[in-house]
Design a binder for this molecule. Sequence first.
Ligand code: UDP
Length: 174
Amino acid sequence: MLQQRLNDRQCTRVMFMNAHCFNVVRENPYYATALRRADMLLPDGSGVALAAKAKGRRFVANLNGTDLLPALFASLRGTRQRVFLLGGAEGVSEDVAAAISRSWPHIEVVGTHSGYFKDYASRNIVNTINRSGADIVLVAMGVPRQELWIDRYANSIDAPLVFAVGGLFDFMAE
Ligand code: UDP
C-alpha cells in the first residue's frame, strides 16, 4: 500500500500511536487533530493492543517506525528512492544516513537537518526538502512536535511519503 502511494505520488502522512500518545492527546488538542488528519495511523506497542483487545478488536500487526521503515526500505529493493532525514541531535542524522546506505544501497539520503530549530526556520527547511528531490521524509522530533510539524507542513512538501518516526534515528545511529 505504501509502495503504491509512493508510485502514485499520493501525499501520505504516516503516524504511530502508543500508550504514551493517548496521554498527550488528552492534553493537546492540536496533536489530536494532527493524528486525526494522518492518512495512516498505526498501532505501536502492547498498550494499544491491550486497549483494543478490551474493546474486542485486534490489530493485524504491531507497527512501530523501527519495524516498518526497515521493512519498507527492504521492499523497495529494485527501485531507487531518495530520503530526507529531519530530526535528532546535530550529527545523528549523518550516522543514520551512513547506516542506511550500508543496509539499503538503493535508498539514497539526499539531505539531513537536525530536529533542534526555531519554528520560523520551518519554511526554509521545507524548501530544502523540496530542492533535495526527496521521495520519503522521515521526521524524528519526538511526540507531539513531529506530528504537529507534519500536520502543518506536509501539504507543502513534494515528497509523497512523510513519516513521524520518534526515536528511530537514535536506534539506527547506534
Ligand atoms: N528531538 C528533536 N527535536 C526536538 C525534540 C526531540 O529532534 O525538539 C529528537 C530527539 O533527539 C530524539 C527524537 O526526537 O532523537 C525523539 O525521540 P523519543 O524517543 O523521545 O521519541 P518519542 O518517544 O517521543 O517518539
